[in-house]
Design a protein around this ligand. Structure first.
Ligand SMILES: [Zn+2]
Length: 222
């Protein structure tokens, strides 16, 4: 009998949620109610059942966690999106601010004047607001000289008014082996110095020291 009663309790508890929802057949309801009269444990289970039924399923404990987890996901996604956005904006800005357009050589508007004491004035056409320079020590067949390569560019975010005189002034102090003797116009960015020297003859020559030999004899040390 005890065993029968236990099985009966199990069956009733299976039915209790439906019973609490008033979703059982009359026969089942009669069966459940008959059992409940005799079984205090199942009555308690029914009370619990009814208490839970009143709470919307979304707000019971487990779904609450799910909602929280979803919120955390949403916050994490928003944070990721914000970071990605910031990176994109910064990347675009960085790309734009460092972007420069090399200006092709123009003999009419690009000239260089020696201002003395190793200072040179690089004249440039309108809209140019950037200059890059590189000195190269040339040694060839026991001859040497210091040549300078430069190029002008347009940099979108640079204030064009920072050089109001129409020229860039730059100083190139004499090095151990002398002063700058020739100045060439070439975008040397990423070009090996040996290539710059090799191609000097076909590179626009903008300025050269008066009376200076193109290559000065020297005796290599050692
Ligand atoms: Zn029972």
């Amino acid at each position: 009998m005890e065993n029968m009663n236990k099985i009966s309790c199990e069956i009733v508890r299976d039915l209790l949620p439906l019973y609490a929802d008033d979703a059982v057949s009359d026969a089942s309801r009669a069966l459940v109610e008959a059992h409940l009269e005799a079984c205090e444990n199942c009555r308690k289970v029914l009370e619990n059942c009814r208490a839970q039924v009143k709470i919307p399923p979304e707000s019971t404990a487990d779904p609450l966690k799910k909602v929280k987890r979803r919120q955390i996901h949403r916050i994490a996604l928003a944070a990721l999106a914000a970071v990605a956005c910031a990176a994109l904006v910064f990347g675009l800005y960085f790309n734009y601010s460092t972007r420069s357009v090399t200006v092709p050589y123009d003999a009419a508007t690009m000239t260089v004047a020696d201002a003395g004491d190793g200072v040179f004035r690089f004249y440039y056409p309108e809209n140019v607001n950037g200059i890059s320079t590189r000195t190269v020590h040339v040694e060839r067949d026991g001859m040497q000289e210091i040549v300078l390569f430069y190029y002008l560019d347009y940099r979108p975010l640079r204030d064009a008014g920072s050089f109001p005189n129409g020229f860039f002034a730059k100083e190139f102090p004499p090095e151990d082996f002398g002063e700058v003797s020739r100045i060439f116009y070439r975008d040397f960015n990423g070009v090996d110095p040996d290539v710059l020297i090799d191609e000097m003859d076909v590179t626009p020559l903008v300025w050269e020291a008066e009376g200076a030999p193109l290559l000065t004899p020297f005796t290599p040390a050692g």
